[in-house]
Design a protein around this ligand. Sequence first.
Ligand code: A5A
Ligand code: ZN
Length: 478
Amino acid sequence: MEDESGSLPPKSDFSAWYNDVLWRAEIMDVRYPVKGLYVWFPFGFGLRRHTYAILRSLLDGSGHDETLFPLLIPKTEFMKEAEHIKGFEEEVYWVTHGGLTELDVPLALRPTSETAMYPMFALWVRSHADLPIKVYQIVNTFRYETKHTRPLIRLREITSFKEAHTAHATWDEAAAQVETALSLYTQFYDDLCVPVIISRRPDWDKFPGADYTMAVDALMPDGRTLQVGTAHHLGTHFSKTFNITYEDAAGEQQFVSQTCYGISERCIAAAIGVHGDDRGLVLPPKVAPVQVVVIPIIMKKQAEEVRAAAEQLRAELDAAGLRVKVDDRDLRPGAKYYHWEMRGVPLRIEVGPRDLAAGTVVAATRDGEKMTLNRAGLAAEIPGVLSAFAGRLRERAEASLTSRIIPAESVETAVEATKSGIAVVHWCGDEACADMIEKETNASVLGTEVRSVHIEKSEGACIVCGRPGTSTVIARTY
Ligand code: A5A
Ligand code: ZN
């Protein structure tokens, strides 16, 4: 699979860089013969595995239970919630035949699992004691996307859809769960060293069947935002449709209030896009499939000693719980550096004859910090080196985001700001004003009630009509 021919386009040419790096770093193979469907290379799948392990542990640690529902949803269930159908009807794949026999009830490939899960919730919930329900699954979902498809970003088979679904006794409890979800997502993106902006989507952009939608957006290098997660308050829309009720203390049947929240492999696209550089991927240590690569510098003399020392170091780092690899292929060291830099490995350690004699190793982080470390006690040093590296990734990403958040007091300034990043404007909440802003800027109103350490909430005159407005983020989006 190794292809070192030609060179990676510079990251400033983001779209070309992105496609090329996914191939060269062996994340996704885009040659599968169905549009919008891609294949995970084993290295990419390792990145996925470690990324989703964090997500799993966050969810497991906060009272969620993992579950697994069927992929196929009967049309009869799917068509029950009017807004939900309207939102998805153009995106659903249908299974109409079993072999040569036409099915009595066509089956939808889940685009998301509300209508698979909630008929079962109706059976599971009887009394107050059955609440809350908090479950999640990590599955593939299918959406017949008509916009430009892109690996990890817009897929027709989303392979790594983490969807959580909850049911509560009251609307307020569900609202509190939306906040919990946002805080879990904030921690998750902090582990990926990716700063995010949370906002409340305008009503016309909320999830089909939701009372409101909170969205999490990351800023990509080309100045466009990528929606990397959403949390929806579903109110009682679905519980009324699927008759999910519990008996309250007074013996009355009450409809549950629900939430759902989701993240897809876009989280990996964001980490790749935000941290990568002209030499390839730069991976946050917590998710890097290889965290440390050991490169034996083999010369004629002491070749065996160097090999043995590299293997000894590997064993020590492995025992310390680090994901480590020795690259003892018969290649020039330079070719190996190139190989592992492309794959984003956070730390490289070189072991050569001179180091053996001196009792040291030479180490280099993926962002170019070189250091000489004592061989003795090295395994205990590495976690600190990796977390300092993660800290620098986080700081650089923060700086890059803040430099591209631009307050705009007029539509003209918003047009300028959204060419390279995010405009913060005052908007009155009126759809006509939003239409005007979107038309002029070619960007989208991401939302209001903005949560970001970089954006202070404020009141001011709507940049279109002058009526009272609040801070609103606008950006070109993926
Ligand atoms: N049931 C809820 C959780 C739901 O489906 N929400 S959602 O439609 O907003 O999807 C959740 C997240 O999946 C989105 O925020 C987005 O980050 C991601 N996503 C949606 N469509 C996608 C696609 N075609 N390809 C990749 N990711 C997608
Ligand atoms: Zn207005």
